[in-house]
Design a protein around this ligand. Structure first.
Ligand code: GLC
Ligand code: MG
Length: 587
């Protein structure tokens, strides 16, 4: 009896010893991404808003989420739904007022939640006063003259000037990055929409303006930023053509697509790291116990291109660059070995002392039920929440929400509308449908008598909603809540290392071992195949010179919530297709 008590005491002490310092709060939290138009509508106009988010904040305490990140809520003509900012220091009326923002942040902090803002330094809206002024003329008296990337027509060109585009550069939506402005007789550069001119960060005045924006929000108390489109900040001043990508097959009759070129003049230029370091120092000035200001970056790229945004020990940059490798998972490539390859890429090249992070879904990619299949949604939450590092959940993923489908004519996303021939590949409307709260009309998202801005997925009537799932202890939400608690409480999940166990065409499995001996380890198994798989984990562990006590474990969580608490022999564990298990072991 005495021995047992001593053991419990030991566990208790260890639990308090493990844990993160005040400036590492972003390590054991879950970052939950809110697409503000789609989360909760408080005023019945069919579009989500800040007061709506505020009204739902308790939800995050209920499910164990510690950090929310908002996609842009700044004043915007909404050409790219907020990523075209017309005033970085104001809230768009569709989302409410600055008072609504203040209320949101103070309530969030009261509830112990961190709030991260989207920071969009690469471009503004063409309606931003800086651009409106900048495009008027190139006189030296124009204070905003160099705020954007203005370039003369190509020399020795016999066509009319507006046809003499400076080079072959192609934007993310296809077609040239250059747009002619008759008033200035010059082109401006836009990596995204025409209505999103790129800022010129080579102008020191622009750098100062952007630092001012950062300070404005830090003074409001935001806990961190997610930096948008970081790799596109700078373009080469020599304006030389980019090389043709030999692996790309052009589509006949179609304007050039982004991947037709190798972007060695317009992406990831070394100067961007200077800027990142400057922003890091601004954040550090506002960081003091207990408030550490966090930074993540966004860019879609290979893991090798993303890792430099961690910075170096001398010149730290982001706490982590958002890791998009798992967004590559789709029906056609899902397998145990594919997951292994993607996870291992990041883990093996992670700079020493840095912290990993994982993203499977976001506002730019289809959700799992559409991309892979509904029966994989739960297992992929298990994977994301229990890999070492910080997971990022896209709103609705916790209830296994699916996509909607709208026709080309009903499309709202400019990426779809600008690409009539390829809109099905470009559209991001499917994953942006309103959050499904309950069974009332519009799934409890809005009280509008008209339409919501995008249609609600009708599966809210068959259990895909928060209220029904809260009442069901086998639901996707019940699973999510249990996983969130486990990753917070068990020391095994507070390290940044993992060991792979069995990896096959179907199975990806890994072990999380605590730094303190004597505490439980966890074996996580995902069956990413299309049929059942039974495998011997005992032999695999033995090969690694590890062995589960008594060669048995206890199923802590099963993705279908139907095997929890079962004893499990390690030499033959069966999982159905799309199932995941979390097995508690003493090793
Ligand atoms: C990022 C955002 C995307 C937006 C783009 C332009 O890639 O994730 O939604 O359209 O930046 O700001
Ligand atoms: Mg509204």
């Amino acid at each position: 009896m005495a021995a047992k008590h001593a053991f419990l005491l030991f566990v208790f002490i260890s639990n308090t010893v493990v844990g993160f310092r005040w400036n590492e709060w972003w390590k054991d939290t879950i970052v939950y991404q809110i697409y503000p138009r789609s989360f909760m509508d408080s005023d019945g106009d069919g579009v989500g808003d800040l007061a709506g988010i505020t009204s739902r904040l308790e939800y995050f305490n209920d499910i164990g989420v510690g950090t929310i990140w908002l996609n842009p809520v700044y004043k915007s003509p909404m050409a790219d739904f907020g990523y075209d900012v017309a005033d970085f220091k104001d809230i768009d009326p569709i989302f409410g007022t600055m008072a609504d923002f203040d209320e949101l942040i103070s309530k969030a902090h009261r509830l112990g939640l961190k709030l991260v803002m989207d920071f969009v330094p690469n471009h503004t809206s063409d309606q931003h006063p800086w651009f409106v002024e900048s495009k008027k003329n190139k006189d030296s008296t124009n204070r905003y003259r160099d705020y954007y990337v203005w370039v003369d027509p190509k020399k020795n060109c016999s066509d009319p000037p507006e046809k003499c585009i400076p080079n072959n550069w192609v934007g993310l939506l296809g077609g040239t990055v250059w747009e002619w402005v008759p008033e200035r007789q010059q082109f401006y550069l836009h990596q995204f929409l025409k209505k999103q001119p790129d800022l010129n960060h080579r102008d020191p005045a622009v750098q100062l303006e952007i630092i001012g924006v950062l300070q404005f929000w830090l003074e409001k108390g935001v806990d961190g930023i997610r930096v948008d489109a970081i790799r596109h900040i700078y373009e080469s001043e020599d304006l030389e053509d980019e090389p043709i990508n030999p692996d790309y097959t052009p589509i006949p009759g179609e304007r050039p697509q982004y991947h037709s070129l190798i972007h060695n003049k317009t992406a990831d230029l070394p100067e961007v790291h200077e800027l990142m370091y400057v922003w890091r120092r601004v954040l550090d000035k506002y960081s003091g116990e207990p408030n550490y200001r966090f930074m993540a970056t966004e860019t879609y790229d290979t893991h090798k291109a993303l890792l430099p945004y961690y910075g170096t020990p001398e010149r730290p940059e982001a706490d982590f660059p958002f890791n998009y490798v798992l967004t590559q998972l789709k029906r056609e490539n899902l397998s145990g070995t594919k997951i292994f390859e993607l996870v291992n890429d990041w883990m093996k090249d992670l700079p020493s002392g840095k912290w990993p992070n994982w993203i499977i879904c976001n506002h730019d990619n289809f959700r799992i039920p559409h991309r892979i299949g509904a029966n994989y949604a739960r297992a992929l939450n298990v994977l994301e929440l229990l890999l070492p590092g910080t997971p990022k959940t896209y709103y609705g993923d916790e209830i296994a929400m699916g996509d909607i489908w709208v026709t080309y004519n009903e499309s709202r996303d400019p990426f779809a509308k600008n690409n009539p021939n390829h809109w099905k590949e470009y559209t991001r409307d499917p994953e942006r449908s309103p959050m499904q709260w309950d069974r009332s009309s519009h799934a409890g998202f809005s009280t509008t008598i008209g339409d919501t801005w995008l249609p609600v997925n009708q599966n809210y009537l068959s259990g895909i909603n928060v209220a029904d799932q809260k009442a069901d202890n086998t639901s996707a939400l019940a699973l999510y809540t249990k996983l969130a608690a486990l990753r917070k409480d068990a020391p095994a999940f507070q390290t940044n290392h993992l060991k792979y166990v069995v990896v096959t065409e179907k199975i990806f499995s890994f072990l999380r071992i605590p730094d303190t001996p004597g505490l439980n380890s966890f074996l996580i198994i995902v069956n990413a195949g299309t049929s059942e798989s039974t495998d011997d984990y005992s032999a695999a562990l033995e090969e690694m010179m590890l062995k589960a006590e008594g060669d048995t474990g206890v199923i802590e969580v099963s993705s279908n919530m139907d095997r929890n608490g079962n004893l499990q022999e390690m030499n033959g564990i069966s999982l159905a297709a799309g199932e995941a298990l979390v097995i508690k072991l003493l090793i």
